[in-house]
Design a binder for this molecule. Structure first.
Ligand SMILES: Nc1ncnc2c1ncn2[C@@H]1O[C@H](COP(=O)(O)OP(=O)(O)OP(=O)(O)O)[C@@H](O)[C@H]1O
Length: 316
């Protein structure tokens, strides 16, 4: 169920000391203030200077001022977040951000070992992520949307506001009379996410007043089902071996074959096949009935081929 910011903060119990990913925007300003109020002296801030916009220097200066006024230690990480061809600028910025957080892993400016990072994604961000996944035709991992907590490179990440609506965060922030910056790229409707926020969420609210709760429940169901699929894929991969034996792959049902192939390609090769590539691979595995039957096809950024009894993936 959706929570108020106060309820979300009452339930938030991270390992301390905690750093807050602080962009200077409204959401992370609210999270920083709420954490500082709850754990005075045990919270620091991390600001990633993306170098993407001319305004980035101003954002950093704003964060410096606010943290100085709050007596919060601020670490600024400068990252080059320019995006590669085919990569979205938002995705490049997000990847650069996680690298910067990991680089901190983790000493802040005051040389305190940081154990936890909180970021200010909220319920509307979660719905936007789910709708983006639906629009891409994503499978269960995409429909699971964003987890509330996870661990990476020894660092615990939290999204304590994931069940709080954006409007509730703004209301709370207005009561605090706190200054924040507005990133112009957040309202630029050339980005799909911003169009969803401006056009789709208001329409959803009209049609399905409880959509934040019900959509979040769908994501929770998807996440649970995905966890089971992962367990099955791990068991099946142990059974067929690495590299997988074609005969053993042929003994699996079609859904389990698809599941284990996706898992093998992703976990062993960081390769994600398109739906059409996976269908073709499954068709060719089924057709591989004679000793001399060759199998060779493009999968993600590399190729799958038959070598003797096994299926191999390689990248040129
Ligand atoms: N430059 C940054 N430095 C540090 N943390 C960041 C930065 N940008 C984003 N974050 C963290 O990641 C969260 C999600 O980022 P995103 O850009 O999707 O959100 P946002 O809605 O613009 O949030 P905000 O209002 O806090 O800027 C932010 O709330 C913040 O905690």
């Amino acid at each position: 169920m959706t929570q108020s910011l106060a309820q979300a903060m009452a339930a938030f119990a991270p390992e301390l000391p905690l750093a807050v990913g602080y962009s200077g925007g409204a959401d992370s300003t609210a999270l920083l203030l709420a954490c500082v109020q709850k754990w005075p002296g045990q919270v620091s801030a991390v600001h990633v200077h993306h170098g993407l916009q001319d305004a980035a220097d101003d954002f950093e200066a704003h964060c410096q001022r606010v943290c100085a006024a709050l007596d919060v230690s601020l670490t600024v990480q400068k990252m080059d977040a320019s995006h590669a061809p085919g990569q979205s600028p938002e995705d490049a910025a997000r990847r650069a951000r996680y690298k910067a957080f990991e680089a901190l892993a983790l000493m802040d400016k005051a040389q305190v070992a940081i154990k936890s990072i909180a970021i200010a994604h909220h319920a509307d961000d979660q719905i936007e992520t789910l709708l983006l996944a639906l629009s891409r035709g994503a499978g269960l991992p995409g429909l699971s949307a964003m987890p509330q907590r996870w661990t990476r490179a020894g660092l615990r990440y939290y999204r304590p506001l994931l069940r709080v609506s954006g409007a509730d965060i703004r209301r709370w922030l207005a009561e605090q009379d706190a200054a924040f910056v507005t990133d112009p790229s957040n309202v630029d409707e050339r980005y799909t996410r911003n169009r969803i926020r401006a056009q789709v969420l208001p329409a959803l609210a009209q049609c399905f007043p409880h959509f934040r709760d019900t959509f979040a429940r769908c994501s929770a169901h998807a996440a649970q089902a995905q966890a089971i699929l992962l367990e099955v894929a791990q068991q099946d991969l142990a059974l067929v071996g690495v590299p997988p034996r074609i005969k053993l792959l042929q003994a699996l049902s079609q859904p389990r074959l698809a599941n284990v192939l996706r898992h093998w390609l992703h976990s062993c090769h960081q390769a994600t096949p398109s739906a059409a590539q996976l269908d073709e691979l499954m068709r060719q595995i089924a057709a591989c009935q004679t000793r001399g039957h060759a199998l060779h096809l493009k999968i993600a950024q590399g190729f799958c081929e038959r070598r003797g009894a096994n299926l191999h993936w390689y990248n040129l």
